[in-house]
Design a protein. Structure first.
Lengths: 133, 701
């Protein structure tokens, strides 16, 4: 059962992780940070966030490698939102079949909108499932 | 030509004997006295002998002529006078033709005209005049017979030059090659037709006398067949056969010319006819040969031009051009030598034939050897016998006998030599030199174009690489700048929203942390921007140093203590002398040291000791930063000082990969060097060497 308001941010840059944690924390989300794909997979082994925010260029395990590994894991998949500073952020998002992308630098409003869409969708679906059960 | 081993005296004697025999045959047709004849083959024989065998053979002519004339019963003095005339005639004709470089193959119109005008027309005047004078002086000839005697003599000698000399000249000048069955068959049929036709016309098969005069026109189809299909050889064979039969016919009083009772008149008509036919055949054959040669030359040049246009790379172009030139000139060997960049030596670029086996390792200095002389004079060179000339490439002399070479010149610039050779002795004619020059001119243009194309291609590749590098630079720079901008913008918006809502939704520690982030990321942005500016300045060649005398010891200590303040997992150990003065740009060298120490810390993720040292060594100041961290994998070591290169991009991505690149440029601008060592026990040691030891230029410090 995924926590509807739990978000995972995967980025090697500490300041971006802190920013997302503070910004979403202020809106009542619970934010977990991972500095690369490997750390993110480690967190995902025990926790099921509603949305994953993913940077592409990271050391050790980058966004592409993480997305591939994550897709192969059994069980339900959280929506992926790509955050990329590359010119072709949209292309990167398509490569890993992400659900949305945010091009760096992004507006906080866009971050909130994006997160709200996927997290609330998830929440609604979770509610429905609960009702049916 | 004359054999090389036959002694001179023997050659003279043989010539005299042949001359005598030919003269005796001619004298059988003597019509004015016993000495003056309309048929005088020895004139042609003597001309051919002196032209082909050299003028030194003249005693053979003189001897044969005197003996033959004496055999007619003329007094010895008269015979000697006539012999003198015969000899002078031959020497004059051969001398004139040699002087005009007449080629004995008679394949050029000018050569045929020279033979007709100067040999047959002019030189024979000497013989006729001296001979008739001798006869008059000797009292053998009456004055009233002088004029017809002179005319007869002149015409007889002229025909010798027109009929006999061409057969011998063409026969000995040509290098005879076996011809195919078809052509051989045609030649055989032609010979039969010539003989049968001549015999039927002049042998009187259809009747004799002027009634049947029009029969002589039957000769002309044969003439056309022989000359159009077989060129000069066909012409001379036809003329000699036809004229022999015609004289035979008139002697037995048959054929169209046997119209009177006087042999002399009949013979005169015959000889005029033969003369006209001979000149016609020779001119026609030479014209045909010239046309064939021009066609062949144009075809060769066409294929050379086609090749020159079709290929742009020298390695494809030159072998094909060489094959083409070798084929067009029927040569055994062909080579192209190109001048080196300094224009001092020639090196064989491409070769065909024996020279190809010799190889291209031989360097020919300009001015020496065969090719070297061509470059020095910028003029063609023909060597008939290589054994007698200086060659730099000894196997050339062992394998080849004759050589012809021309310079390769395009746009006034000489770039090499093209030469073709023959394994057998061969005289390359002026015509062949011209053809080789035309081939070489096209070669030179093609080589020039190939060079231009190559230069253009390289410039294009460099421009593309520069554009790619610039794109890559912009892409990486933009990417690196976006991360701190994202952070600064995000934190600023967060604070703004908090303030805008009129209530503080963020607690004090969060606000403080956000402000710290903004401050830190702004510094990072500033650092990135100054790195980018440094690189752009270096690329534009505008990195300027502000050198002053500083104490390197202090510089190192400051860098180390600042770095130590930022890490508690690493121990910085400084090893410096009391004082180490040097003249350098302190800000730039500090930048280098900070970069090296930052790298050392960054790539020692597990902490550990970092050693920084500075010392003086052999007129240089050296600084070294050593860590015990990750080191650099061997496959990355060669490129760590390259722009944007990140050896640990996979595991420790950070920054733009510009630090070591900028460091090296700064050290280079100081006239120093920077290098990396990879000690066996791990880690990296980067050493800077600056040629600025403390001492004389520094004064007391």
């Amino acid at each position: 059962m995924p926590a509807a308001r739990r978000i995972l941010i995967v980025d090697d840059d500490e300041s971006i992780r802190d920013l997302v944690t503070m910004a979403l924390g202020a809106e009542g989300y619970e934010v977990m940070g991972a500095r690369d794909g490997a750390a993110a997979l480690h967190i995902l082994a025990t926790s099921r966030p509603a949305v994953i925010l993913l940077d592409m260029r990271m050391p050790t395990m980058n966004g592409w490698e993480f997305a591939r590994e994550y897709a192969q894991r059994p069980g339900p998949r959280a929506p992926l939102i790509i955050m990329s500073a590359a010119r072709d952020a949209a292309a990167h998002a398509a490569e890993v079949e992400a659900d949305a992308f945010l091009a760096k630098p992004f507006d906080l409003t866009d971050l909130y909108t994006c997160i709200a869409r996927f997290a609330d969708e998830r929440e609604a679906r979770a509610d429905q499932e609960e009702t049916r059960a | 030509m004359t054999g090389f081993s036959i002694p001179y005296v023997l050659r003279v004697m043989v010539l005299a004997a042949i001359y005598f025999t030919a003269a005796r045959i001619g004298l059988r047709f003597a019509t004015v006295g016993a000495q003056v004849t309309l048929v005088w083959p020895p004139t042609g024989l003597a001309l051919a002998a002196l032209l082909l065998g050299g003028w030194r053979l003249w005693p053979g002519v003189a001897l044969g002529a005197i003996v033959a004339n004496a055999s007619t019963g003329a007094p010895v003095a008269t015979a000697c006078g006539m012999g003198l005339g015969n000899t002078l005639e031959a020497l004059l004709a051969a001398g004139l033709l040699r002087r005009l470089a007449v080629e004995p193959s008679l394949t050029r119109l000018r050569d045929v005209f020279a033979l007709v005008m100067l040999a047959a027309g002019l030189s024979t005047i000497a013989s006729a005049t001296i001979g008739v004078s001798s006869l008059l002086l000797g009292g053998v000839l009456s004055w009233s017979a002088a004029a017809p005697a002179w005319g007869t003599w002149w015409l007889g000698d002229a025909l010798g030059d027109l009929v006999v000399a061409p057969v011998l000249l063409v026969g000995f000048a040509r290098s005879w090659r076996p011809i195919g069955w078809r052509r051989g068959g045609e030649a055989a049929v032609l010979l039969v037709v010539i003989v049968l036709g001549s015999v039927s016309v002049f042998g009187g098969w259809f009747g004799a006398g002027s009634t049947y005069f029009s029969l002589v026109y039957l000769i002309f189809p044969c003439l056309l067949w022989a000359t159009l299909r077989f060129g000069p050889p066909g012409a001379v064979v036809f003329t000699s056969l036809m004229s022999s039969v015609a004289i035979w016919g008139v002697a037995r009083e048959t054929g169209p010319f046997a119209h009177g009772a006087v042999l002399r008149n009949n013979l005169l008509d015959t000889q005029v006819f033969i003369g006209v036919v001979a000149i016609t055949a020779l001119i026609l054959a030479a014209a045909i040969a010239e046309r064939d040669r021009v066609v062949a030359r144009l075809q060769a040049l066409q294929s050379v031009s086609d090749i020159a246009l079709a290929h742009l790379a020298l390695t494809d172009l030159l072998p094909r051009l060489l094959d083409c030139g070798k084929l067009a000139l029927a040569a055994d060997n062909a080579a192209i030598l190109l001048l080196d960049e300094q224009g001092e030596e020639l090196v064989v670029h491409t070769a065909r034939g024996p020279e190809a086996r010799v190889g291209g390792a031989v360097h020919v200095p300009v001015g020496r050897g065969f090719a070297g002389r061509i470059v020095a004079t910028r003029a063609p060179l023909v060597v008939d016998d290589l054994a007698a000339t200086e060659v730099i490439n000894p196997p050339l002399r062992e394998n080849l006998r004759s050589l012809m070479g021309v310079p390769l010149i395009a746009e006034g610039r000489i770039m090499g030599v093209m030469h073709v050779g023959s394994t057998a002795p061969r005289h390359f004619t002026a015509d062949e030199v011209l053809l080789l020059r035309l081939v070489a001119d096209r070669c030179a243009l093609a080589i020039n174009h190939a060079h231009l194309y190559e230069a253009e291609r390289q410039a294009h590749a460099r421009a593309l690489a520069a554009t790619r590098a610039r794109d890559e630079f912009l892409s990486i720079a933009a990417h690196e700048l976006k991360t701190p901008v994202t952070s600064v913008q995000g934190f600023a918006q967060l604070l703004q929203r908090s303030v805008a809502r009129g209530e503080s939704r963020l607690d004090a520690p969060t606000v403080r942390s956000a402000l710290q982030h903004i401050d830190k990321q702004t510094n990072k942005l500033a650092a990135l921007i100054s790195q980018l500016l440094d690189v752009s300045r270096i690329d534009a060649g505008r990195l300027s140093l502000e050198k002053e005398v500083v104490n390197v010891t202090r510089l190192v200590e400051e860098v180390a203590s600042t770095a130590q303040a930022r890490t508690d997992r690493h121990t910085l150990v400084v090893d410096v002398p009391e004082s180490l003065p040097a003249r350098l740009d302190p800000l730039r060298i500090e930048q280098v040291l900070v970069n090296l120490v930052t790298n050392a810390i960054k790539f020692s993720p597990d902490g550990g000791q970092i050693e920084i040292a500075a010392w003086q060594d052999a007129g240089t100041v050296r600084m070294a930063v050593r860590d015990h961290g990750l080191g650099i994998p061997p496959e990355h070591r060669a490129r760590i000082f390259d722009r944007f290169y990140q050896a640990h991009a996979h595991s420790h991505r950070s920054g733009m990969g510009l630090g070591l690149h900028i460091s090296r440029q700064i050290v280079d601008h100081h006239g120093g060097s920077i290098m990396a060592e990879f000690p066996a026990d791990g880690g990296t040691r980067v050493i800077i060497q600056l040629p600025v030891a403390g001492g004389d230029p520094l004064g007391p410090s």
